[in-house]
Design a protein around this ligand. Structure first.
Ligand SMILES: [Zn+2]
Ligand SMILES: [Zn+2]
Ligand SMILES: [Zn+2]
Length: 337
């Protein structure tokens, strides 16, 4: 991990080329630089995120956490503001969930082998490394669940309320890591491994069993008040659509506002705001009386999706933009009622 490596193929070398624009991203060859610039799956999308996304050993570093049994982690080398893109990364291998075969190991580029080998468990078999490190790569419009292996993102440690959040952009073939809150220089960057929020006992069971095997001692796990606040976000989140379906729009909107204010207190990811604003739109657009509220929610949802992805072509951004222009295309639209 000491020697710098190519941002595209992970070949490590002391003689790397720099991107001529940001003067930060490193490449082993002009070919890797060209491939990294491409914005379609298979490319690195640096054209979109040159000078926007952080770079290794400039904005963040991989180093030992000094904590027993944890190993390395990813640390901020500068402060990040909420919604700053910490990094973007392409999977070195992606498969439909549960369809991994041992032969897939041959698809990992030779240049990436040393970094792959250093993934936990260090002496583990391919399947064990995959289970411990693979991350969700299911796109917005994908029916099949997919997961992928990332060589930098996989070094990020768990926290039940991570200070960063990730999203796979299937139309780009990359994952983005976005700051959920302000991250001071020197702090460790963390994400939750558990997807949606789960009660403490469920989290403990999941994290203690295969493939994780650790006891979480994050702020949420050691502070009951914080844990209860997070549990409340889950209840409120569920309540919005349930109440909406029963026609209780006022109450649903009240719950939604309470949820947004909890997000604010907990400094949650902007992607969650996007989801909640969208849910509120879906509820409010069912009655003419709440049309203005609905459009306000949609504006906020669109704004949040764009701030988070910084990609005007993201399917969700496009979908929200269309609803902003033509709300009547939503199946819940009942302007007469
Ligand atoms: Zn390269
Ligand atoms: Zn650049
Ligand atoms: Zn925890």
């Amino acid at each position: 991990m000491e020697r710098p490596f190519c941002a595209f193929c992970y070949a490590s070398s002391d003689k790397l080329l720099k991107c001529g624009q940001c003067l930060q991203r490193l490449y082993c060859s002009a070919e890797c630089q060209r491939n990294d610039w491409k914005t379609k799956p298979g490319g690195g999308c640096h054209k979109l995120y040159c000078g926007i996304a952080g770079e290794i050993n400039v904005d963040y570093e991989i180093k030992d956490t000094g904590k027993d049994g944890v190993g390395v982690g990813v640390f901020a080398l500068r402060e990040f503001d909420k919604n700053d893109m910490i990094l973007t990364e392409r999977p070195i291998l992606k498969v439909v969930e549960r369809q991994l075969v041992s032969h897939n190991i041959n698809e990992i580029p030779k240049t990436a082998a040393p970094l792959f080998e250093s993934l936990l468990p260090v002496d583990g078999r391919f399947q064990q490394k995959w289970d411990k490190n693979a991350m969700d790569c299911t796109g917005e419009e994908d029916a099949k669940k997919e997961s992928g292996l990332f060589l930098v993102l996989s070094r990020i440690n768990h926290d039940c309320l991570g200070n960063a959040d990730h999203q796979y952009l299937a139309h780009r073939g990359i994952k983005i890591l976005v700051a959920a809150k302000h991250i001071p220089k020197g702090h460790e960057i963390t994400i939750s491994y558990l997807g949606s929020f789960k009660p403490k006992h469920e989290r403990n069971i999941r994290l203690l069993s295969y493939p994780f095997h650790f006891i979480c001692r994050c702020d949420v796990c050691t502070n009951d008040e914080l844990d209860q606040k997070l549990a409340r976000t889950k209840d409120l989140d569920r309540a919005i659509l349930t109440l909406g379906a029963k026609g209780k729009i006022e109450v649903a909107m009240r719950k939604g506002r309470a949820l947004l204010s909890l997000y604010e207190q907990l400094q949650q990811s902007t992607w969650l705001y996007q989801r909640t604003y969208y849910d509120l739109f879906q509820v409010a657009i069912t009655k003419k009386k709440y049309y203005k509220d609905a459009m306000h929610f949609m504006e906020k949802a669109h704004e949040a999706a764009l701030a988070y992805t910084q990609d005007p072509q993201h399917p969700q951004v496009l979908r929200l933009q269309e609803l902003l222009i033509s709300p009547e295309t939503h199946r819940n639209y009942r302007i007469i009622g």
